[in-house]
Design a binder for this molecule. Structure first.
Ligand SMILES: Nc1ncnc2c1ncn2[C@@H]1O[C@H](COP(=O)(O)OP(=O)(O)OP(=O)(O)O)[C@@H](O)[C@H]1O
Length: 594
């Protein structure tokens, strides 16, 4: 992790857990001395017991004091460790909240086209795969632990050096292979996880098809269970094998480094025995030295383990910050500041507009030009994939265009404040969201920035025909819709569509866009919407995408799209007379009813 990431990490933790950071450092410094204190007390106790056993003294008082000392050290250590755990848990939760918030905010505010880029999508998935707070705080905790271990280590080293320099050197040497193994495999683990992200995403996507309600009908009807389970298993097992293979390699390497560490430990004990024979070390000293050598090696192993995790987790932190700061310079952004005109005077103009989706070569919209006058109602028709939805997405500023210009009252879309433009647009997409909120909220969510107006909510529901069935729901407008979150009331496709229409009306935008609004309606309801369309779009500039030619007849003008181009424009009668694409499409649909 570069220094800048480290600085960002510390800044973020400082901003959300100053107290935790200060207390955590202070507690760790105190805890760092507790192992040596215990060993020292133990050494003195063994020496006292030996003296009593050899009848060199009959004074038990020092032994009792030492026992009380050991008891106090243990008690204080346990208490401080508990406080530390509580502090860590608090900070983890707060960071989790804050990071979830940051990531969701970023995901909801990046240009829509970022989501068409698998790289961005995978990155997003990767950083959200585990508890973010825990993953973020973990390396910081481990750095602090390293500091604590270092203090303990220095205290042991001073103690061992005071006996013989060889003890300190051998204890330190013992751990070098372990350090290499842990760091190497820590990095490998991270890169493997990175490599596996697309497959993990695919597996979890398949798993969601198998597990979720929306797909359950089709899974049964098309007997997809075995097919999907097989595909999911292949991906899952492949990833699992790779993870286990890496684990086995690491464990094998750890066995060899463990053998080296044990030989160093035996070497240290041999040195202590020779010192015992050569000099007048007491039994307690021997016990304390053996304990200190063993603890030194354990602490060093722990430090190498922590270091390896720090490397792994720091890569995660870098990944997280990279996501939060991600910007694709190749995707143009709309950054204008001008206000959207309060009332359109000269209308909307497309001037030789072309567009292709990111990382695609082919233009989906090709040199399209037209003007829509204020209050005019336009129907866009055309084959599947001819670019109808893309055209309105460009108009709404969801995708910045590559060439040409879109003008609202002669003001270029590049100069307009894009959120102001979007505030003035009301849209219902083919795949509008069925919010698992109350019926009322499903309507008023169309204008969340203003206080809810219950009278207006009911009025738009009446206008779209939603009021009739909402009033029959158990709690009327307060009934929860959908069954994803709780036992709410589910609606038919057509009823949901009416709710979506009501939501759009409640929004009261200057420009009204309906992308296939009647797709899920029964013929009666479809007819009602067509009849309502006139009143719904009264005094509004409206764009209406539909495959139903009968609906297009109501529009003031019809735009016919084919392979990204606008090939015909005119009223129904004009286009029928022209005997072109529109007339062909109309004729084909009419045949069904002949
Ligand atoms: N997010 C996207 N990324 C890449 N290509 C896309 C994306 N969305 C649409 N396309 C492609 O752009 C072309 C036009 O799609 P668009 O949805 O605008 O057509 P449409 O006329 O609205 O079709 P339909 O009538 O089926 O809704 C299609 O070839 C489609 O595959």
């Amino acid at each position: 992790m570069t220094r800048s990431y480290f600085a960002k990490t510390v800044r973020l933790i400082w901003a959300h857990g100053k107290l935790w950071l200060i207390c955590s450092i202070a507690l760790r410094i105190i805890l760092a001395f507790s192992p040596l204190a215990s060993i020292w007390i133990m050494k003195e106790m063994v020496n006292e017991v030996t003296a009593i056993a050899l009848d060199q003294t009959d004074d038990y008082l020092p032994l009792l004091w030492l026992l009380a000392g050991l008891f106090s050290v243990t008690l204080v250590t346990n208490a401080l460790e508990t406080i530390l755990r509580i502090l860590d848990a608090h900070t983890e939760q707060r960071l989790e909240y804050h990071l979830e918030h940051l990531v969701a905010k970023k995901a909801a505010s990046v240009p829509l086209s970022y989501f068409d880029d698998p790289e961005f999508y995978n990155h997003h998935h990767r950083i959200r795969a585990e508890a973010m707070g825990e993953r973020f705080l973990d390396p910081v905790e481990r750095v602090l632990d390293l500091g604590k271990n270092l203090i303990t280590l220095i205290s042991y080293a001073v103690f061992l050096l005071s006996i013989h320099w060889g003890l300190a050197v051998m204890s330190l040497l013992a751990v070098i292979p372990l350090l290499i193994v842990q760091i190497k495999f820590g990095m490998s683990e991270y890169f493997l996880a990175r490599l596996q992200t697309p497959e993990i995403r695919e597996a979890s996507y398949i798993s969601s098809i198998l597990n979720e309600r929306d797909s359950s009908k089709e899974v049964r009807l098309f007997q997809l269970k075995d097919f999907l389970l097989g595909r999911w298993s292949r991906l899952y097992l492949k990833n699992m094998k790779e993870v286990l293979r890496l684990l086995h390699r690491r464990e094998k390497a750890l066995i060899f480094s463990g053998i080296f560490t044990s030989s160093m430990y035996i070497g240290c004990l041999g040195l202590v025995v020779s010192l015992l024979r050569a000099s007048a070390l007491k039994v307690g000293d021997f016990v304390a030295i053996a304990q200190a050598v063993q603890n030194t090696q354990q602490i060093l192993s722990l430090m190498t383990f922590n270091l390896a995790h720090i490397v792994n987790r720091c890569l995660y932190i870098a990944d997280l910050f990279d996501f939060l700061e991600y910007e694709d310079k190749t995707i143009p952004q709309l950054t204008g500041k001008a206000e959207f005109p309060s009332k359109l005077q000269s209308g909307i103009t497309f001037d030789r507009v072309s567009f292709c989706y990111p990382k695609m070569e082919r233009n989906v919209i090709n040199e399209v030009s037209f003007t829509i006058k204020p209050g005019e109602r336009i129907a866009i028709v055309g084959d599947n994939g001819s670019g109808k939805t893309t055209l309105v997405k460009c108009l709404m500023g969801l995708y910045p265009i590559h060439s040409g210009n879109i003008l609202f009252d002669n003001q270029s879309i590049h100069e307009l404040d894009i959120s102001d433009l979007q505030r003035n647009i009301t849209v219902i997409f083919q795949d509008f969201i069925r919010y698992n909120f109350t019926a009322g909220e499903n309507i008023t969510i169309g204008r969340v920035t203003q206080e809810i107006n219950p009278a207006q909510m009911r009025q738009v529901a009446v206008e779209t025909g939603a009021d009739t069935f909402i009033r029959k729901l158990p709690s009327g407008y307060d009934t929860i819709l959908g069954r994803t979150l709780q036992d709410g009331e589910d609606l038919s496709g057509g009823q949901w569509q009416k709710i979506a229409l009501a939501r759009a009306l409640y929004r009261r935008g200057e420009i009204f866009i309906l992308d296939e609004p009647t797709a899920a309606l029964d013929p009666q309801a479809e007819l009602e919407v067509f009849q309502q369309f006139d009143s719904l779009t009264q005094n509004k500039t409206a764009i209406f995408i539909s495959h139903r030619m009968a609906a297009a007849r109501m529009a003031d003008r019809i735009f016919v799209m084919k392979q990204g181009q606008l090939i015909e424009v005119g009223h129904h009668d004009e286009l029928m007379d022209a005997n072109g694409e529109y007339s062909r499409m109309y004729g084909m649909q009419a045949k069904w009813f002949a």
